[in-house]
Design a protein around this ligand. Sequence first.
Ligand SMILES: Nc1ncnc2c1ncn2[C@@H]1O[C@H](COP(=O)(O)OP(=O)(O)OP(=O)(O)O)[C@@H](O)[C@H]1O
Ligand SMILES: N[C@@H](CCO)C(=O)O
Length: 311
Amino acid sequence: MRSVKAFAPATVANVSCGFDILGFAIDAMGDTVELVLKDEPGLVVVSIDGDGGKLPLEAEKNTCAVAIQAMLDELDSKVGMNIYLTKGLPLGSGMGSSAASAVAALAAANRLLGDPFEKKDLLPFAIAAEKVACGAGHADNVAPSLLGGFVLVRDYHPLDVIKLPVPQGLYCTLLHPHYELKTADSRSVLRDQIPMKHATIQSGNVAGLIAGLYESDFELISRSLRDVIAEPYRAVLLPGFYEVREALKSAGALGMGISGSGPTLFALSRGKETAEAVGEAGKKMFSKIGLEVDVYFSEINTQGAYIVEEK
Ligand SMILES: Nc1ncnc2c1ncn2[C@@H]1O[C@H](COP(=O)(O)OP(=O)(O)OP(=O)(O)O)[C@@H](O)[C@H]1O
Ligand SMILES: N[C@@H](CCO)C(=O)O
């Protein structure tokens, strides 16, 4: 039977000031999905590796199957597929785990069906899957996982997604403390209303960050990595957040923030050496407050999802 295997990278959503509208992909890790065509209709999640048995095999709850089903519905197709998922990133970590599964599944399904969609047109199906996993159909993980690089989600209705430039020499450090924080829980602490002065500060920083990416202006990127909308409320869920922030900045990070909805923290640095020093400093500070962390370094992944193998 014909089969296709695809990979989709982990992602850092929000990038501090871009709550629900900015994200970038990282090279360090991601999910792999293999799809095998079936003779009869229906999507079956046959196996999931690397999740410690935590993820649902039911098609209506697994983001791989939910995303593919949305695509099949759009095509009015009854094609059946067996799904084999390999998780390459921790769950509930803030690195876009559910998004990577959905995007890898869509990339594989699209190829299996003869590429009926352009890559960008797969996004609505991935968003439908995020709604099931996180309770909100945000695109700031799925868009960079699919397209690679920094991505701006300018609008959701209709979807308007813009790929941004990646300055040479920009590195990401990720600090993943060993506990899980569900996206839905991390969204529940946010406010519905924000003061006008915060809206102004946040708009300035988003605009500054985007200008900094276009101009490869690291100082401007640094000044713009500041979030006054989500971070102050979410920081209370993250032990040691402010101490770690100081440590990362002292070690030379351009800026830092919560990766997606946490608990992973990200920092952006100019150059690999600084990114490594930032990782060391963060690890030390986390250890002082009694938390173990995994540290990852990565350039910004500019490729996004890709086909690994087809038979
Ligand atoms: N293939 C999957 N199918 C269904 N649920 C999944 C799948 N992969 C991950 N999840 C779950 O989705 C939920 C939402 O979180 P996810 O893991 O994407 O958030 P995250 O990795 O913390 O990233 P972020 O905060 O950047 O969204 C978690 O409870 C996780 O266990
Ligand atoms: N923008 C989303 C990303 C979650 O991955 C949030 O911050 O809730």
